[in-house]
Design a protein around this ligand. Structure first.
Ligand SMILES: [Zn+2]
Length: 605
């Protein structure tokens, strides 16, 4: 590796127009058009046309190698104005077409139960629904399936809204299922009157037994009048929870157990977060979904399961009530994240047992956790496309999330020097203070440079220090070369001549080494990350380093560690939420700031 070379202004300019051209021509830029544009916009460059042509050829060839996504990302950072202007209506993802879809008439939905926050699985569902609604200029519905009063919470509704907003998947319409309870009652009574449903008070075990044996219970013989009377009692609250249900007359002999006279309403007396104690009777999932999909006019429903036994029941309910047509089903693949549970059922106990900090724990694949860790929405979308369109269930490794995210944030994240677990190196033959001025970003000279004063006391990482041998020559990155003379020396004020630095570091960082300046010329050899050992030039940083939560199904007790280190002072200006790259360490997101310390999360290497 060599030190970063700053690309010339000319190169940046060419890159900008080449990227723009590529994006408008399906990812392939044309040298001639790029050249014409540059000459038109920058007449002062015409005199150098010959030189520019060869540069254009080189840059265009380079850019045509990139994926369309990368081109878009680079242009977003380099010259967002060029992107917004003309690509606002262009899509970068291509998913298979929907069956029976008409432009302007497609209606899709994301329908979470508000009993937890959004995780990666939800996000994929929402992404596909949103994608198709936009693709066909249709409607994307956010629907809260809040029919389980004991579980639902208003905060969770808000969390889903916030997560969709962050992901850029904002709904056209929002709908709350519990507002439609009167409609469900109306439909139930229609079924009762037509003798298509009956009340049943079999104990739950008996009911299961009969269902397994494909046998009806005696209540199946009830006449509509009797069922209606009991239904009214249910509504009035005259039965306790579990004492009575309303069952659909399905088919006790069906191979699909779901069809064997399923319960469609149950008594639930807990206080509901929006409806209070207004209702004693609540529709069960399939009944609510079947009717709501019709009420919302849903035309296409995404599913991650190839075969879903519930579809038959939902279709039957709609057929009986004349609520046709059925929505079309489109499929996407199921996925697992290795070592990180991606379901509410597994995440909630981790939170309750205090094994993670909450929904926003950076080890979780919840949207809040991913965001806090430094994963950006674009990464989640790219993975959804990559994973969702395969036909087999996929195991996602964290390294896939990391690799995708790295490509996207690499151009966003500015660079900083950071040293974990520092030790002091004293370079004895330095007589004057120098200044190191690396670029904030090697590809973006327009973002400027930072300044690091370099005296003769440096902090380097203990891990680097351990690997260096006495007599070894190495380079302090972007600065100069030194040779290690002695290791583990107890430096005292008497042995030192401080240039620029401050001896307080001798006390703070106990392991010391002495080195000798050997020149500034760039030589091949080990490059060491450093920061000046000068209080005014550095800032304390605590890095939270996440690992997978489970290894072979066992909770990983070391899944979160904290590394203490120091970063160059410029890093102190970063705000909470900012993404940065600690050179030769990893990408981080600022989580919290105090007067003396920045707390960051390591997104990935
Ligand atoms: Zn019964």
């Amino acid at each position: 590796m060599t030190d970063a070379q700053s690309p010339s202004e000319l190169e940046t300019l060419i890159k900008k127009y080449a990227l723009e051209n590529a994006i408008h021509h399906q990812g392939k830029a044309h040298e001639k058009s790029v050249m014409q544009k540059i000459m038109a916009r920058h007449p002062e460059l015409r005199k150098d046309a010959k030189k520019i042509i060869s540069e254009v050829e080189r840059v265009v060839a380079e850019i045509n190698q990139l994926t369309f996504e990368d081109q878009k990302n680079q242009l977003t950072t380099l010259a967002p104005e060029l992107l917004e202007e003309k690509t606002a209506t262009k899509r970068t993802y291509r998913l298979p077409k929907l069956k029976n879809a008409q432009r302007g008439k497609v209606i899709t939905r994301y329908a979470p139960e508000p009993n937890g926050e959004m995780h990666l699985g939800h996000a994929f569902t929402a992404f596909f629904a949103h994608y198709y609604a936009k693709e066909y200029e249709g409607t994307f519905v956010l629907r809260f399936e809040d029919t389980n009063p004991k579980q639902e919470r208003i905060e969770y509704m808000q969390a889903h809204r916030d997560a969709l907003k962050w992901l850029g998947l904002e709904p056209t319409v929002e709908r709350i299922v519990s507002n439609d309870i009167p409609i469900f009652y109306e439909k139930a009574e229609e079924l009762i009157k037509r003798n298509l449903a009956y009340t049943c008070n079999c104990p739950i075990d008996r009911l299961r037994e009969l269902r397994a044996q494909m046998k009806a219970c005696p209540h199946v013989k009830k006449a509509p009048k009797e069922t209606m009377a009991e239904w009214k009692k249910m509504l009035k609250g005259e039965f306790a929870e579990g004492e009575m249900i309303l069952r659909l007359r399905g088919d006790m002999k069906s191979q699909n157990a779901v069809m064997r006279d399923p319960a469609i309403f149950a008594i639930r007396k807990a206080k509901h977060c929006l409806q209070g104690r207004k209702y004693n009777v609540w529709p069960l999932y399939d009944f609510a979904v079947a009717i709501e999909d019709h009420l919302c006019g849903i035309t296409h429903v995404g599913r991650s399961a190839e075969f879903d036994t519930r579809i038959e029941l939902q279709n039957k309910i709609r057929e009986l009530l004349g609520l046709l047509p059925h929505p079309e089903i489109f499929h996407y693949a199921r996925f697992n994240v290795i070592g990180s549970p991606a379901s509410k059922r597994k995440i909630i106990p981790l939170i309750q047992e205090g094994k993670v900090e909450g929904w926003d724990d950076i080890r979780l694949v919840t949207i809040k956790g991913l965001q806090r860790r430094g994963i950006v929405p674009e990464t989640i979308k790219q993975i959804a496309v990559q994973v969702g369109m395969t036909t087999q269930p996929t195991n996602i490794d964290w390294s896939l999330i990391a690799a995708t995210n790295r490509k996207i944030i690499d151009s966003i994240a500015n660079r900083f020097f950071f040293v974990p677990n520092p030790v002091v190196v004293y370079v004895q033959n330095i007589t004057k203070e120098r200044v190191c001025e690396p670029l904030c970003h090697p590809d973006h000279p327009e973002r400027g440079r930072r300044t690091l004063p370099a005296g003769n006391l440096f902090l380097i990482a203990n891990s680097d220090f351990k690997q260096l041998a006495k007599g070894e020559e190495f380079r302090l990155k972007d600065l100069f070369n030194i040779k290690l003379i002695a290791k583990n020396v107890n430096l005292t004020k008497r042995t030192l001549k401080i240039v620029g630095g401050s001896e307080e570091f001798l006390i703070k960082y106990k392991t010391h080494a002495i080195a000798e300046f050997t020149g500034t010329e760039l030589k091949l050899g080990t490059k060491i990350q450093w920061v000046p050992a000068q209080t005014a030039a550095i800032v304390q940083v605590k890095v939270r380093v996440p690992d997978v939560l489970f290894i072979d199904n066992t909770f990983n007790e070391k899944s979160l560690t904290v590394v203490t280190g120091v970063a160059e002072k410029a890093f102190a200006k970063q705000k909470v939420g900012d993404l940065a790259q600690f050179e030769r360490y990893g990408f981080v997101r600022v989580d919290k700031k105090t007067k003396d310390c920045l707390y960051v999360n390591l997104a990935h290497k």
